[in-house]
Design a protein around this ligand. Structure first.
Ligand code: LMR
Length: 398
């Protein structure tokens, strides 16, 4: 039956993370997967999450199936966090939001829905993009193309080329955008650039699918959602995938959401129904626990404040590590490349290292980066930063 099955070549991020776990070297450093580690190199349990879990443990309840679209209170909380308090009631009613298995689950449910709804559309992702974007959309049956994004020469954005490419995309095609903390480059659009892109999208009748996996890791929860809220306020049909893996450090609970901005409340009801049907045919309905934790934090003012404070401090730690890395490498590697650390933002930096150099970092120094040259800056700390900087300087010197 399975003689013809080919070996899985592995996933560029998850398989690397698994390799790291079994690497016996004591001073190995994991800067591959997009996970926030604290100053001690540990995966944190956020204080608000801890308190919410204790509160939930005091009232153990029966566990029926959730609705296909997920826990209603959680869906409201997702909606509020993604679209903000200023979202008008009229706009709010035109948005269908459902609970998903993390941000990846939202992409998958959205991709399946779109494949049936817009069978002639193709998908356009940034060059480069998160490796799994292509996989998710291709496996849903789409042709996936790229638009220019990252400028190797400057470590910044190829904005003019991006606009030209968006201009040439046929109408009713799907454009995948990163709301903030672009994965893998750490290069984001500023507000004026977003406004220009959104106007073009509106004019060209493109369908934006916004991936917001890092809300709170750029500037703050509201600023990071600027593009999403601008699209919704302008009444542009779009999809938004959001995730609580990173900003709640709840990676293993698979808490995410998919929101679809529609043209009327009646259309939103139909879309929600079709999305629920997509969930039913994939995994029936989502799990309860993580959604309850997230909802408890977001609806309890004291926990919400605690969560936001801790998230902001995580963000500051990442920024401090960027500056520390910059200092460590200044004068040892080229100015253009060293500037990436402070120019880019969010969890990731595109180091400019090529595949061979990344491989040497791993094999010779036990420092793990994704082979594209992406470094998860959130894995750096005071103890490992000089090991990493020395390894990079050595690899780049020959
Ligand atoms: C990453 O980009 O490293 C994370 O989003 C984890 C993943 O699923 O790839």
């Amino acid at each position: 039956m399975f003689e013809h099955v080919k070996a899985f070549p592995g996933d560029p991020i998850l398989s690397l993370n698994e390799d790291f776990q079994v690497d016996p070297r004591a001073n190995k450093v994991n800067l591959s997967i997009g996970i926030y580690f604290n100053a001690d190199g540990k995966l944190p349990v956020m204080a608000a999450v801890h308190d919410a879990e204790h509160a939930l443990a005091r009232e153990i309840r029966p566990r029926p199936y959730l609705p296909m679209a997920g826990l209603p209170d959680y869906r409201d909380a997702v909606h509020q966090l993604v679209f903000g308090n200023a979202c008008s009631v009229r706009t709010r009613q035109r948005i269908a939001t459902l609970q998903t298995l993390g941000g990846s689950g939202a992409l998958k449910v959205g991709a399946d829905f779109l494949r049936r709804t817009l069978p002639n559309a193709q998908v356009w992702i940034s060059d480069p993009s998160w490796e799994n974007h292509r996989v998710v959309f291709e496996r849903a049956g789409f042709i996936v193309n790229t638009y220019p994004y990252y400028d190797i020469a400057t470590g910044g954005l190829r904005f003019a080329a991006m606009l030209d490419a968006l201009h040439a995309i046929p109408n009713r095609h799907i454009v995948l955008l990163h709301a903030c903390c672009h994965n893998p480059t750490g290069v984001d659009l500023d507000r004026n650039q977003w406004r220009e892109v959104i106007s073009l999208i509106e004019k060209k009748e493109l369908l934006p699918f916004v991936d917001m996996a890092y809300q709170g890791f750029g500037t703050d929860l509201d600023d990071d959602a600027f593009a999403v809220r601008e699209l919704a306020a302008r009444g542009i049909s779009c999809l938004v995938a959001n995730s609580f893996s990173k900003n709640f450090a709840l990676y293993g609970e698979r808490c995410g959401g998919l929101s679809v901005v529609c043209q009327s409340d009646e259309e939103a009801m139909r879309v929600l129904g079709q999305l629920s049907g997509t969930v039913r045919s994939n995994y029936s309905n989502p799990p309860t626990y993580g959604a309850k934790v997230v909802h408890t934090v977001l609806r309890t003012p004291v926990l919400r404040t605690l969560w936001q404070t801790e998230l902001a401090s995580m963000c500051r730690r990442i920024s401090a590590m960027r500056h520390a890395m910059y200092k460590q490498l200044q004068g040892r590697i080229s100015d253009e490349i060293v500037s990436h650390y402070i120019q880019q933002r969010g969890m990731f930096t595109y180091t400019g290292l090529n595949t061979a150099q990344v491989d040497r970092l791993r094999t010779e120094h036990g420092v793990y980066l994704v082979r594209s040259g992406r470094m998860c800056v959130a894995g750096l700390n005071e103890q490992n930063i000089s090991i990493v900087a020395d390894a990079i300087a050595r690899v780049l010197s020959r």
